[in-house]
Design a binder for this molecule. Structure first.
Ligand code: BGC
Length: 742
């Protein structure tokens, strides 16, 4: 044993020491280095690299293994998740590189979804900023903090497109649109991974959940997904592809089945698309125990068979399921799988460890000094505040109720979320601490100073029917100049396994708002929630509604800035808000049908009890100023497949305040070899306009922008006519017709 330790160390040292940041490593050299390790490994050690186990620190699902430290010594673990802080992870790494035979360093992963210690808005909120630079910055702050806390790997970004507000995980994604979703996916991968791991301040991104996890039937978590391949490729697949193209080093499978095959055993997804079509070279990791779950899916008889199916499909690393750990060796001995298949997976894992520079210095991510400096730094909090402001969407503002005047003498701050801190960091909040979060009440108090009397009454809880707090809230409201009422969902009512069949406001919150509106005082509804809600009464009867999601550490400051006009809101929805749950799925890029809705006609596609239109469409969001769009101009009426067309529009700020506008471009392909959506987002620009000023905004479209999966499943644009719409939301009515020719 001793001999082995010494000899492997000697053999490996030169290779380990030569390997630094990935940019310097040519792939031939990298392959040789991988070979140099592979040749020392026995089968158990190879299989060992393929296991990812949770530590006992922070658990996000069932735990199967308690003796993971012994497993590290035995070389039976390749990576650990849910272990963090530089000191703790250093100790685990020490066990790996000092006590295991081959001294192969561990990878440390964690769900750093919207911040590690400094918590940013939930991703659905960040997406509403349509500000890719800010989103990238948010991910890079998360990476700086996570890497300082001993982490190499975040299980993000989640890029699952979803048209399902009942599904609790929409809070983790960018919404319903494949184009915007792809841009956000790229920005987040860039932010997490940066250009190089040389400075140990970046982390590996993990694109998840591959694939189509965002389309569970009836919005119920983990439920079956079934859709046409065309729909899959046109709508759901693009963001995963974009993230892989952007260089994401790891991909996580999803829990769901797709066309009858669970993702973790799906070679169409993991081999044909990911490896063959896209050339992915990184690690494929399962989502939690999804290999084991293939038994319950009914696609294999037992766990051993599940492991074989997963490996054959292309899963490199088994998260927490211990299926590879328990059965893979036996499967090799029985000839069910080959050592070559195992070697392939192990090479994928070692490659990433080399790229991170861990063989060079296994301790490079464990700098406790840097950890102290970086975590929750002033600069990071400022970035979180900036992102929080940008994520807010002004849904309604009748008679310029907002912004509130700073001259108000008194303000009533009401509602179950008004003084909450914990809820505002939302689900998947890493190592964030609710006590560090600025509540709305605190944010308002800090802003208003002493001249304005700010008083709080909770009014009611999130759930239940207790109305005993109404009286105090109403009495306070009557004594105040204006009312801010913070309502919505508890922080943990969205996220994993948090599906809801009813997406109205829970409890008696709406009743409370009705009573407040009846006082005749100006009422501003501040919504906090992790998904689109169905709030028809509030959307149509309250003077002002502000969508604030869960904005993170600086939530209260950001909302106060918007309420008092120190920041002019510019966010736009990235998921449609339905009028009621029966309209779901409701999304802007739907098909026309052969009987599109016509007023006063019976035999057209409609409901008897609710309009077809949503409460708030995709792309919707108001400002404290107003924008006017000129007619659209095209530089030519037609363009060929190798050419392009440039579209111009002049946007004017016609109000009295400076403001930002997200100028959106949608296309409708009028005739296709298969039916085409009524609109598809193909471009956007966020511009900043001074009051009274105007700016010409241009977009260039090429045939590639108009490509889709045609009748023969070729991905290409078809010649013909297209209507182009440009405006401030997906219902923009300015349009121009252009033609694509051969
Ligand atoms: C979630 C993943 C997450 C993993 C590890 C799973 O339950 O679906 O998104 O990365 O747990 O915590």
């Amino acid at each position: 044993m001793k001999y082995w330790k010494i000899s492997t160390l000697l053999l490996l040292t030169p290779f380990f020491l030569q390997c630094g940041g990935e940019a310097k490593v040519s792939s031939d050299k990298l392959d040789q280095r991988i070979d140099s390790v592979m040749m020392l490994m026995n089968l158990e050690e190879k299989i060992g690299q393929m296991n990812l186990f949770t530590s006992d620190w922070d658990v996000t699902g069932p735990t199967l293994r308690e003796n993971y430290k012994e497993d590290i010594v035995a070389g039976k673990v390749g990576a650990i998740f849910n272990a963090h802080t530089a000191a703790y992870n250093r100790e685990l790494q020490r066990i790996a590189v000092e006590e295991s035979r081959l001294k192969i360093p561990l990878l440390f992963g964690y769900d750093v979804i919207h911040g590690y210690k400094t918590i940013f808005p939930i991703p659905l909120g960040e997406a509403a900023s349509w500000d890719l630079e800010a989103i990238e910055r948010s991910a890079s702050v998360a990476a700086a903090e996570a890497s300082a806390a001993g982490l190499h790997w975040t299980f993000a970004p989640m890029v699952d497109i979803s048209r399902e507000p009942r599904w609790g995980r929409v809070m983790e994604g960018a919404g319903e649109d494949p184009y915007l979703g792809s841009m956000v996916a790229r920005a987040r991968v860039r932010g997490f991974q940066g250009e190089t791991f040389e400075n140990a301040d970046k982390v590996l991104a993990c694109v998840k959940h591959f694939a189509a996890y965002g389309a569970p039937e009836a919005g119920r978590e983990y439920n079956t997904v079934d859709m046409s391949d065309r729909m899959f490729r046109d709508v759901y697949l693009p963001p995963y592809k974009a993230a892989v193209e952007e260089g994401a080093y790891t991909v996580m499978t999803s829990f769901n089945e797709l066309d009858g095959v669970p993702a973790s055993g799906n070679s169409y997804l993991l081999h044909d698309i990911l490896r063959e079509e896209w050339g992915f070279k990184g690690i494929v990791v399962t989502d939690y125990t999804s290999i084991n779950e293939m038994v319950l899916h009914g696609i294999v008889a037992d766990e051993k068979e599940a492991g074989e199916l997963a490996l054959q499909a292309g899963v490199d690393m088994d998260m927490q399921g211990a299926v590879y750990y328990k059965y893979l060796k036996q499967s090799v001995e029985e000839g069910k799988i080959s050592v070559t298949q195992i070697d392939q997976a192990v090479r994928n894992i070692l490659r990433v460890k080399f790229i991170l520079g861990l063989f060079d210095d296994p301790y490079r991510y464990f700098d406790t000094e840097r950890e102290k400096q970086v975590l929750f730094s002033q600069a990071n909090q400022e970035a979180a505040l900036d992102m929080a402001r940008k994520s807010i969407v002004l849904l309604r503002n009748e008679n310029q109720t907002l912004p509130l005047s700073k001259e108000l003498r008194s303000l009533a701050v009401i509602g179950p979320l008004a003084d909450s801190q914990n809820d505002l960091i939302g689900a998947w909040s890493g190592a964030g601490n609710g006590n560090d979060c600025v509540s709305l009440l605190k944010g308002l108090q800090d802003k208003a100073g002493t001249a304005m009397q700010i008083r709080h009454a909770r009014g009611c809880d999130f759930e239940g029917t207790d109305r005993s707090g109404f009286a105090a809230a109403l009495s306070l409201a009557r004594q105040s100049d204006a009312i801010v009422v913070a309502i919505g969902e508890k922080g943990r009512m969205s996220g994993e396994a948090m599906s809801r069949s009813d997406i109205t406001l829970p409890g008696v919150q709406e009743e409370l708002v009705k009573a407040l509106v009846a006082t005749g005082k100006p009422v501003v509804v501040v919504l906090m929630n992790g998904r689109p809600l169905a709030i028809p009464w509030i959307a149509e009867n309250t003077p002002a509604v502000l969508e604030t999601w869960f904005l993170g550490t600086k939530a209260g400051n950001a909302i106060a800035d918007v309420l008092f006009g120190d920041y002019n809101p510019s966010g736009k929805l990235t998921m449609t808000f339905p009028r009621n749950v029966g309209q779901i799925p409701i999304y802007y890029n739907h098909k026309n049908t052969g009987r599109p809705f016509e007023p006063n006609t019976t035999w057209t596609s409609h409901y008897m009890d609710v309009p077809n239109s949503p409460q708030f469409p995709f792309g919707w969001g108001l400002s404290y100023t107003t924008f006017d769009y000129s007619a659209i101009q095209a530089d030519q009426p037609a363009f060929g497949k190798s050419g392009s067309v440039t579209l111009r529009v002049t946007v004017s700020n016609t109000g009295l305040r400076d403001g930002e506008e997200v100028v959106q471009l949608y296309v409708r392909d009028l005739v296709g070899s298969v039916t085409r959506p009524v609109r598809e987002l193909k471009g956007f620009k966020k511009i900043n306009l001074k009051a009274g000023s105007q700016e010409e905004v241009t977009f260039t479209l090429t045939a590639a922008d108009l490509a889709f999966h045609t009748r023969s499943m070729a991905f290409e644009a078809e010649t013909g006519y297209f209507d182009v719409f440009i405006g401030g939301n997906s219902e923009a009515d300015q349009s121009i017709r252009i033609q694509l020719t051969e």
